[in-house]
Design a protein around this ligand. Structure first.
Ligand code: ZN
Length: 200
């Protein structure tokens, strides 16, 4: 039995130089030895026990590293939590600023109404009134000339001049009314585009 036990405790391997099968004492695990066949020095492989120990040590080293990494992350999260809490406390203790007192950001639409341009309005009304008067006077004159066209003492030239003058007055009145309308249009455009203009 002791012999069998001893057999299982032997390290069996092949010489890395000449491939000769070697059986050696477990106590030489991981140590330098000389090949009985080629005589070259080589390292004896680890025994099963030493190999298991080495693997266990490697596993433990990895576990410790992983644990250290987790600890480091946990500490970072905790530090961030503390920092945010401190920031919240600073914000909470700071005097609150009402939103109404904040200065307006960016360009604000003008709240003031557009100017009336009263002068232009008055001019438009005056032109329209003058135009109406001129048209009325011209039409009345035209009627008078046509009605009195049959008079013996009136020459054809006088009648023609009268009709021409009356038509000219009517046409002038229409033009005055047109100018009045034009001024009104310009005034409306100016008022409507007031808010679109760039402010100084
Ligand atoms: Zn050898």
């Amino acid at each position: 039995m002791p012999h069998m036990q001893r057999e299982s405790d032997m390290i069996r391997y092949k010489c890395p130089h000449c491939r000769t099968a070697i059986e050696t004492e477990e106590s030489l695990s991981g140590k330098q030895d000389t090949c009985p066949e080629c005589g070259k020095v080589h390292t004896v492989p680890l025994s099963k026990e030493d190999l298991a120990k080495q693997k266990a040590a490697e596993k433990e080293r990895r576990r410790a590293a992983s644990q250290a990494e987790q600890e480091r992350k946990r500490a970072a999260v905790e530090a961030e939590r503390v920092r945010i809490q401190a920031q919240r406390q600073v914000l909470a203790s700071a005097p609150s600023v009402p939103h109404q007192s904040l200065p307006p950001q960016g360009p604000q639409p003008s709240q003031q109404p557009p100017p009336e341009y009263g002068g232009v309005k008055t001019l438009a009304v005056v032109y329209a009134a003058l135009g109406m008067m001129a048209v009325t006077v011209g039409l009345l004159g035209l009627c008078a000339v046509i009605i009195t066209a049959g008079d013996r003492e009136r020459s054809t030239v006088t009648t023609a001049v009268g009709i021409g003058s009356a038509l000219f007055i009517v046409l002038s009145g229409v033009m005055l009314i047109g100018f009045g309308q034009l001024f009104e249009c310009i005034r409306d455009i100016a008022r409507n585009s007031f808010h679109l203009r760039p402010k100084p």
